[in-house]
Design a binder for this molecule. Structure first.
Ligand SMILES: [Zn+2]
Length: 174
């Protein structure tokens, strides 16, 4: 899944566990659920448009990813101050792609980090947990541009959840 999807889930999780007391427990739960949701989203991502390869010659790929990168910047701007831990934890596994991408870009190899270890580990865990162990039944839509609609729908749902949470909070008057 794309960065904005992960970031929004991180922001929501961060808000849920932003407790005034038990801050450390809240932080740990934020960490745990951010990784868990990242793993679940990535598991669903076969059914969604997008590859980890850079395809700058493909106009749709370029426009879609430019929009996603722009969205990422906007989300950082909006949420970094209040939800930085949720953002950091939800994006943490992407270190995999960063390390591997940098190796490809500059033509060198780190012998022990040529595969996405964090994603392998998360996948291994998620594959043991029903119903996520049935994710292999999902259709492979990674190369179908129309399947970007699934991700946009997920982003819309996350935005609606977050807005509902903010509104719910505002309606509590002590
Ligand atoms: Zn990932």
């Amino acid at each position: 899944m794309q960065a904005p999807t992960h970031i929004l889930s991180g922001v929501i999780i961060n808000r849920i566990f932003k407790w005034r007391n038990y801050k450390l427990v809240g932080l740990f739960l934020t960490f745990f659920f951010c990784l868990f949701v990242h793993a679940v989203f990535d598991k669903l991502s076969v059914a969604v448009y997008g590859t980890n390869d850079l395809e700058f010659n493909d106009p749709f790929w370029l426009i879609y990813h430019l929009a996603m990168w722009l969205g990422t910047i906007v989300l950082f701007y909006l949420f970094w101050r209040e939800y930085k831990w949720g953002i950091i934890f939800s994006l943490l596994p992407e270190i995999d792609w960063l390390v591997i991408g940098v190796q490809h870009l500059f033509h060198f190899t780190i012998s022990f980090y040529s595969v996405p270890w964090i994603h392998f580990a998360m996948n291994y865990v998620i594959d043991q947990i029903p119903p996520f162990n049935y994710a292999y039944l999902l259709p492979d839509n990674r190369l179908n541009p129309w399947a970007c609609l699934w991700e946009l729908l997920l982003i819309a749902v996350l935005v609606i959840i977050f807005r509902a949470m903010v509104r719910y909070r505002k309606n509590i008057h002590f």
